[in-house]
Structures are given as C-alpha cells and as structure tokens.
Design a protein around this ligand. Structure first.
Ligand code: ATP
Length: 587
C-alpha cells in the first residue's frame, strides 16, 4: 500500500467523532491490505508507533529535530518552521505550509516509510541526531501534503487518531473473523502477548476465519512481552469474603507499584501496571532479579516498595513513587532503595504457567527465588475462617500496609481479568464507599469568578465502558479543587484540547473545552447515585434521550493524579462502578 493511501485513511479517522465510524474506516483499511507484514506495520502506525507500545524502541526526535528535518527537506530556515509551529500548535499543520506541490505524485510505500522510521529509531553512536535528521528529511521530500502532515506527527507522539486497542481489535475481528462480536478471540491473545501487531500478522497469515482463530489461540506468553495484569474485585468485609470464596490464600497488600519482572538469561525487563517498560528506572531490582531468580527464563508478578528491613518499616506510597522518574536514577536508587514483593510466577524455563493453579504457582515460586534481600516473596497464609482473615487484615494495617489481597487457591492466572479470583480488602472497610474511583478527565466547563483565571470552573469526568470501548460521564468536579490542583491539571492537560467531542466519548453534557481522554485521576465520593444527566450505564434512545438513567458520583473529590501509572483504559470500568453501586451500604 502507498503511504499516501494510508494517510488518506488517517485523515478520515481524524475527522470522525463516532466510534462506530472509526471501526468501519479501520475495517475498510484492513480489508485493502494484502501482506501479513503490512497489516502488522499499519497496526502500529495507526497508533503512532513503529513497535508494540511496550517496546523501548522510540524514534527519538523532538520538536527541534523534526523542525530541522523539515527545514532541510524544503530548503528553509529552522526558525521559520518553529515560528509556524508556535503559531499553529501542531507540526502537522505547520509542515503543510512548506510541502511543495511536486510531491503530490509521491509513490513511497507504507513499508518504506515504516522501515525508515525504524532505522531512525535504531540509529545510535556518533552523529546520531544528524543521521536521524538526514533520514527523516529524505523521507519528507518523497511524500505528499497529507502524508507529511501525519508523518511529522509520529515522532512527536501526536498522531491524534484517538484509536484504542479494543477498537483496532473490533476492526480486525470484523475483517478477519467475519464480525466484531468475535473480538473475544483476539482479546485472549492480546492479554497474553500485549502485541496487537503480532495478532494482526497472525490473522493476516491465515487463509480463513477458522484457521485464524486456531492460530491466534496458540499465541502464548513470550518473555519480554508484558502480560496484562490480573486485577482485584472488591468485597465489603472478611465475612462476606470467606462466605463467597471459601478457603483462600491471603496476602499482604503492598502499597507501592506493580512490577512485572521478565528474565531471559542475563537480560531483565520490568513493566508497570499499565505495561510500560520501566526497566531503566530500577537498577537494584535488575541486580536482584539477576542474582535471585533461579531459572534461565522467568516472569514474576509483584509490587515494588520502599522498605527498611532493619526496622521492618514499609514506606508510604508517596515515598515509593519518588522512584518513578527518568533522571538521577542512580542517586535516588541509593537514597530510596526498593524491594520487590513477589506474589506470583507466570512463566518458567520456557513454559507458561498461566493455566496452573495458584497453589502450584506459589509452590514453584518458592523454589525459584533464592532468598536474599531484594526480591522477597509476599507474606501469605492459607485461611478458611473470617476471624483469622480479620486478624490478618488488622495486622497488615498496623504494619502500615493497605490491607490484604485474597486469592482463590485453585484459580488460574487470568491475564487482564478482574473477577472474584482475586479480592482486595482495604482499610476503609466500614464507610459507604469502600474504594476510590479512577476517573478520566473529559473536558473543562468554564466558570465564573475566581476560577476563570484558570479558564475552568469544573471538570467533566468519566469512567471506561469496557464493553463498548468508550468513555462515559459520571460527574462534574469543581468546588473541592485547590488552586494548586487546578494549575497541575492545566499543565497536564496541555496539548490535549480538542475542537470536537472525541470519537470514543459519550456525553450528554457539552463542556466548554473537550480533552482527549488521557488524564486519570483518583476520586473519592460519598455515594454512587442514579442520574439522568450522566451516560455511565445509561440507556439512550435513537434521539440520544435517556430512557434508563446512568450512574453518578455524589460529593466527588480529587485524591490524586494517576496519569503516571494508569492509561485511560485502566480507569474504573462501568462494570465495577455498577458493582460498587450495588455493594453500597452493605456492611
Ligand atoms: P486496580 O489495579 O485493581 O485497577 P488500583 O490501581 O486502585 O486498582 P488497588 O485497588 O490498590 O489498585 O489494588 C490492586 C493492586 O494492589 C494491584 O494492581 C497490585 O499493584 C497491588 N498489590 C499489592 N499487593 C498485592 C498482592 N499481594 N497481590 C496482588 N496485588 C497486590
């Protein structure tokens, strides 16, 4: 396929504000592709990437370098490009001022562009920047206006097509398996491999839907590819937990951040809760993994936390998160060394353990970690009565931990799953709402008076409807926010403003400014109520009028920013919110 053809599709995708249309346009695009490898490349490119999201492969060109490449391609001054960029706020629009008419017959293929971008990403050593500029400017000389617009946005992570992974899967299912209702076949493979490109390639190689399903189901865990984390459900108290789950393995709930540690010989990778590659941030965990994992290949699941073994003190979450940084890594590692509390083993010596029972996995885990002081196995205990569980919960809280996680001993590791195999019991167990809610900021609503200084009076926030892959509204948050918080929100929201409602947002409220759904905040509310103005869980008729009310938050307040460790799709889901609604008031 020509890159100019792909760019025309990018234009269509950019212009639509309906998710169904996104799927239709993507399906049409996928149906035109002949080569399996091209399906794979386009899968990455529609999300502005050249490799799966967890891969550390980055193009490595910032605004000034891209501007330099544009300047060289079109024989102008870099300053001229940067001035245009400042005016337009988007390099894609800026570059269109300079693309020559002669480029309109550009015949460069998607493969050529993809390969060159990859070469740019892999360039290293002396004169790297210069080499990248030359390669990128050569590319720009060979594309037309529309292509140039999208091409320059890729290195700047600004492709703005707003396409989530489930939407890509819907389109692939529609084209390759006959209908988007078949997406669940792809989801399983995605949960195990996190690589949409690999799935697309496998589908592209198959002759028919039956063969495609077979091949996709065979895609298994790979060391180096993060596995989607298993997540916890909630139950109100130890009594209800034992009643529902019977005998369980109860583990301390460490309040740090999730780490999935991969070992392949001497090569270690570490992934976060949202599967980002964070390997370089934690040199001491790398050392620990090299020294303590007694296996050639392995994948461990655990929680990293700052801990003082002498005083047996767990440091608060705010301390631990200071380690999620890109600079001064070695220094902070010395000041605040981390331990990783390992609670699961997902893969060992070439074999996936996802289908083994938790008891078996825990048994193997004990044999796999050599006792030392960096990787520590999570404290756990088999419990079958509510009283013992209450005591363990108290004990955890007294130690400064968050609570306990209770797990079914017979359960498999369900990658990406949130169900009653794992249940979290936390400190706030007697209040109305037992847990905070992670919301996505969807827009600003202008205010009057003091707040207008920051341009906003309230935020429109939503949660994630996992089934539909859309963001639905649950609340407006305004009064409780401090000036500091407003400033911080404004800073984080820079560049996310959108002229129209983003395609995957469903809302009956029109905020003054829409924001691309990206910023996740943790919100505590007094109660969840039914509401005729919010779209979370609401049913609308054909005219968009509510026939069944949605759910909303009463007295919401901002607790923390979660944009570092949660993607918008990791926000609280509609299903969870409805369960929390039903659980309210149960003691
Ligand atoms: P979630 O990750 O479920 O979306 P969240 O980010 O708000 O929710 P919590 O509700 O605090 O997190 O609880 C789940 C998290 O607890 C896990 O993702 C993991 O990082 C952490 N955790 C700590 N100890 C354990 C343990 N023993 N077993 C499983 N998870 C644990």
């Amino acid at each position: 396929m020509l890159f100019s053809t792909l760019s025309e599709y990018f234009d269509k995708l950019e212009a639509t504000s309906s998710r169904l249309q996104l799927i239709d346009i993507l399906s049409e695009l996928f149906s035109k592709i002949k080569e399996a490898s091209e399906t794979q490349e386009i899968c990455y490119l529609v999300q502005g990437r050249i490799a799966p999201f967890f891969s550390p492969l980055e193009i490595g060109m910032a605004e000034k370098t891209v501007a330099q490449a544009i300047a060289r391609a079109f024989n102008i001054d870099r300053e001229e490009v940067l001035t245009e960029f400042d005016k337009k706020g988007d390099m894609g629009i800026a570059v269109n001022q300079f693309v020559h008419i002669v480029n309109s017959n550009a015949k460069i293929t998607v493969k050529e562009v993809f390969d060159t971008l990859k070469t740019i990403a892999q360039t290293s050593g002396d004169g790297t920047i210069e080499k990248k500029i030359t390669l990128f400017s050569d590319l720009l000389k060979r594309v037309d206006k529309t292509s140039a617009k999208h091409l320059v946005r890729i290195p700047l992570s600004n492709l703005r097509l707003g396409i989530g992974d489930p939407t890509v899967m819907d389109a692939l299912a529609k084209v390759k398996l006959g209908d988007k209702s078949q997406r669940h076949y792809l989801e399983g493979a995605y949960n195990r491999t996190s690589d949409l490109g690999l799935i697309a390639y496998t589908l592209g190689e198959s002759k028919n839907p039956v063969e495609a399903v077979k091949k996709v189901e065979k895609l298994s865990v790979k060391v180096g590819n993060p596995i989607r984390s298993e997540l916890c459900e909630r139950l109100p108290n130890p009594e209800k937990t034992i009643e529902k789950m019977g005998e369980v393995d109860a583990q301390y709930k460490y309040d740090g951040f999730r780490v999935q540690i991969h070992k392949k010989g001497n090569e270690i990778s570490i992934f976060s809760r949202n599967l980002e590659n964070m390997t370089h941030m934690f040199p001491e965990l790398i050392e620990g993994a090299k020294n303590q994992i007694k296996a050639e290949t392995a994948i461990l699941d655990g929680e990293a936390m700052a801990y003082n073994p002498t005083s047996e003190e767990f440091l608060p979450f705010q301390e631990t998160t200071k380690r999620r940084r890109k600079y001064k890594i070695e220094e902070t590692a010395k000041e605040l060394p981390l331990k990783a509390f390992i609670f699961d083993l997902l893969y060992k010596n070439g074999k996936s353990l996802l289908d083994e029972s938790l008891s078996k996995r825990l048994e193997m885990l004990k044999e796999t970690i050599k006792p030392d002081d960096i990787l520590l196995t999570a404290q756990n205990k088999t419990i079958k009565d509510a009283k013992t569980l209450s005591l363990m919960l108290e004990d955890a809280i007294t130690k400064g931990l968050e609570g306990v996680v209770v797990k079914k001993l017979s359960s498999k590791y369900e990658a990406g799953g949130r169900n009653f195999n794992w249940v979290k019991l936390k400190r706030h167990s007697s209040g109305e709402l037992k847990d905070t809610i992670d919301c996505v900021i969807l827009g600003y609503i202008s205010g009057r008076g003091k707040r207008t200084a920051f341009g906003a009076g309230a935020l429109l926030v939503g949660i994630y409807d996992q089934k539909k892959d859309t963001f639905v509204t649950v609340s407006k948050i305004g009064t409780g926010l401090t000036d500091e918080e407003w400033k911080s929100i404004q800073q984080r929201a820079k560049g996310l403003e959108q002229k129209n409602k983003p395609a995957r947002v469903e809302s009956l409220i029109n905020p003054s400014v829409w924001l691309k759904p990206e910023l996740v905040i943790e919100v505590l509310a007094d109660e969840i109520t039914r509401s005729p103005i919010h779209t979370a869980g609401a049913q609308l008729d054909q005219n968009g009028k509510i026939v069944e009310p949605g759910y909303a938050l009463r007295f919401p307040r901002l607790i923390s920013f979660r944009d570092k460790d949660k993607k918008p799709e990791d926000a609280t889901t509609l299903k969870e919110l409805i369960e929390m609604y039903k659980d309210q008031g149960k003691k």
